[in-house]
Design a protein around this ligand. Sequence first.
Ligand code: KG4
Ligand code: ZN
Length: 341
Amino acid sequence: MKILGIETSCDETAVAVVEDGRYLHSNVIASQIDIHRRYGGVVPEVASRQHVLQMMPVVTESLDQAGMKLKEIDGVAVTYGPGLAGALIVGLNTAKAIAMSMEIPLIGVNHLEGHLYAAWLDSDMPETSPGFPMVCLIASGGHTDLLVMANHGRYTLLGRTRDDAAGEAFDKAARILGLGFPGGPEIQKTAEGVSASLTLPRAMLRGTYDFSFSGVKTALLHTAQRSKVYPGGELDEMLMTERVKDLSAAFQDSVVDVMVSKTIQAAVEYDARGILLGGGVTANAMLRSVISAKSPVPVLIPAPILCTDNGAMVAACGYFHLGRGLVSTQAIDVDPGLSLG
Ligand code: KG4
Ligand code: ZN
């Protein structure tokens, strides 16, 4: 069963061909990061226009790389939310047109659920190893959700961020530190091998599985102001570099520590057989190594390229929907505020 997966919820125009929810035939991602970088963040209107320009070339490229014709595809899965409305529409309309003209099933996919199904790609089947229930952390630019996945399609939300998403916090922190966009990879690179000389606060919000990252961001801003890193221009280059490294490491330590502690606590409380991570922030090398080292249960983390937005995760999720008869009609609309669990 070969599924074409289409993802356009934010700033990547991404299309993949995945067989049986696991085998990756192609995974083409046209990133708009270079365009949005000059604005310091994703500009929705610019994103929609880019998707329109990139959509068909990316579909063609994905089929070419898979060595397949559209008529060999058995179903088309597409993200219909959450995300930017104007961006989602481009992918959804493309998927509708393909499904209608090829007379194949159309499968609407929740982007957040898609992030979890990245763990099924090119790996053992998580439903048998480690098996359900799994505690899932989805950490991306717009979400930080902790859930229990009892089976395919069965989620209970344990907690979510009360303010900034983890990725958003990384992006804002990077801006404070004068680093580039997106902030997560920049902070990771800057903090590499650095042992922070200071500790920034951790909002553990005990008694709940909710998160809060606005406090650490404000603490970072105040520390950066005190040490003359922000707004900049006062320190010589060497001192500036040294302090930015130190603050990057301290910030990353705090965000990673909170996410790891709460996820492991949930895994223990809910007798999870494993922990499953997904979303752009879970590409973070420190998060990956710390949670793997500390977790009492197996941790499944997709390869970094499958943690950030891609079409393969959408195709994988769509395959499992199709197996349960979950297909969409042409009446499906975008749902920018869609949640999971
Ligand atoms: O899942 P994603 O690609 O898009 C959304 O659904 O939002 O996540 C993007 C977010 C950005 O905020 C980016 O800074 C963050 O993921 N990110 C990272 C890393 N790579 C991407 N955060 C921390 N460390 C990384 N290596
Ligand atoms: Zn995402």
